[in-house]
Write a protein of this length. Structure first.
Length: 470
């Protein structure tokens, strides 16, 4: 039997991001994946500004920027003619929402490439992924979790994380139900293809030709590659054919393209847009993260982003508990903080899919926070703009970029307009006289970039530090 501190089931973006975060904290974690390799498709291709901040902290900013590009403007076609442009989101609204971030727009990177980058970073940090390891069951007791596999030795860990997707075998083994609904009765097809006859400067959109509901086709150039992502909403009751010929027929039926203009199909999948939320995100020593905990429609680009941020929230808490610096009760705050966020994001993606909500300030995820969390403690009067539980903005303080100061697996005390009190060596200090996004005060920033404690004096800071194991 293999032993480790944490076993992470699933080597998608969630599992790999969590593996990276734990590895840089010195936690012995093993990622297991039932497939023989990384997921090959582009399914989640949009990285929101908040997720870009997370990826920067995890050490892959430059690789992600080099691998992708900005979203192209949409081009609407009818009867083989271009009839006008369509923007997928309001650039001014997004820019204003991201004013305190280094990342001012969504960044397109195919999911397979994001996973390759995270996998390389995990290996660089000494982390491990074992492929061809299909989890089929588990047992847990007061001391740990034993995961069983279709082949190979069992793994014994102090904690386990289910990051194995919407059909999570771990979630089923736990008996945790999901509550949800079908957002759209129409089946959908998504494929990575090479195309002849379309430019790469636009996201090509082919709306229904008539009043009847006869489907919708979009073909988007995938930044950093020579491929396009083909996405089609098909008439209700259609049997989706994911073969090369089937993809070609869909393209020809809903656009001016000939079947042979789809010159290659590198990956294809069908799905039914739905939303679902796990009834619990934790059962004993097992945590649910990513699609195992919440399933989104692709609209709005929230699923992968919410999933990576699950990992980012859980990683520092597991690290603190496993290294003995924080009490095990800290892990209770994972579900407390992440489940409400996931519920809100499910509502947002359903609204975007139905055309009720346009992509904008809400979809960049910079405004999400944990003000209601038991970890958020603010000793100042209500009404100050930056509160405990909020994301700590980027910016400069005494010539130092704040998100540079935050980078790494540590806490940071930001002191603005006042002297910083003495804090443990494990807490870094950033101090200066003025920072408009913060205002005067003391702000203790968690390892995941959210303000945990805030005050206009140091009263109460020592007690909070002790509570979180510092």
């Amino acid at each position: 039997m293999r032993t480790t501190d944490v076993v992470i089931v699933g080597a998608g973006p969630t599992g790999l991001a969590l593996g990276v975060d734990l590895a840089r904290r010195g936690v012995d974690a093993l990622v297991v994946e039932k497939a023989d390799g990384l997921f090959p498709g582009s399914r989640g291709k949009g990285l929101q500004p908040r997720t870009m901040e997370v990826l920067e902290d995890l050490g892959v900013r430059e690789a992600i920027l080099a691998a992708g590009g900005p979203y192209p403007v949409g081009m609407i076609w009818r009867d083989g003619e271009r009839v006008g442009e369509h923007r997928m989101f309001d650039p001014q609204e997004v820019k204003e929402a991201a004013a305190d971030s280094a990342f001012t727009e969504p960044w397109m990177v195919p999911q397979w490439r994001t996973q390759e980058i995270l996998f390389a970073r995990l290996q660089e940090l000494g982390g491990r992924v074992e492929f061809g390891r299909e989890a089929i069951g588990l047992d847990q007791d007061e001391d740990g979790v034993t995961v069983r596999f279709a082949a190979g030795p069992e793994v014994r860990a102090r904690y386990a994380v289910a990051a194995d997707g919407g059909r999570s075998a771990v979630r089923r083994a736990l008996g945790v139900e999901m509550t949800g609904e079908t957002v759209d009765p129409n089946p959908a097809l998504v494929a990575d293809v090479t195309v002849r006859g379309l430019d790469r400067e636009h996201w090509h959109m082919f709306p229904p030709a008539g009043d009847g509901d006869d489907g919708f086709l979009a073909i988007c150039p995938l930044a950093g590659t020579e491929e396009f992502q083909l996405a089609a909403r098909l008439p209700e009751g259609t049997a989706v054919d994911v073969s090369v010929e089937g993809v070609r027929k869909v393209a020809a039926a809903h656009s001016h393209l000939a079947p042979e203009d789809i010159t290659e199909v590198r990956w294809a999948s069908d799905f039914r847009p739905r939303m679902a939320l796990a009834d619990r995100f934790r059962q004993g020593r097992v945590f649910l993260a990513g699609d195992a905990a919440h399933v989104h429609t692709p609209a709005g680009g929230q699923g992968l982003n919410t999933s990576v941020q699950d990992a980012y929230n859980l990683g520092w808490k597991l690290g603190a508990v496993l290294t003995g610096s924080a009490p095990a009760a800290l892990l209770d705050t994972y579900e407390e903080e992440r489940r409400p966020i996931a519920a809100d994001m499910l509502g947002l993606t359903a609204g975007v899919h139905r055309g009720e909500v346009r992509r904008g300030a809400a979809t960049v995820q910079l405004g999400l926070g944990y003000r209601e969390s038991s970890l958020a403690q603010d000793t100042r009067p209500a009404g100050t703009p930056l509160r405990a539980g909020d994301r700590a903005p980027d910016g400069t303080l005494d010539g130092v970029r704040l998100h540079d100061a935050f980078r790494g697996p540590h806490w940071t005390l930001v002191a603005v307009g006042m002297a910083a009190p003495e804090v443990p060596e494990a807490v870094r200090v950033a101090a200066g006289q003025e920072q408009p996004s913060y205002g005067r005060g003391l702000f203790l920033v968690r390892p995941d970039g959210y303000v945990g404690w805030a005050g206009d004096t140091a009263a109460g800071l020592a007690g909070y530090l002790a509570r979180v194991g510092l």
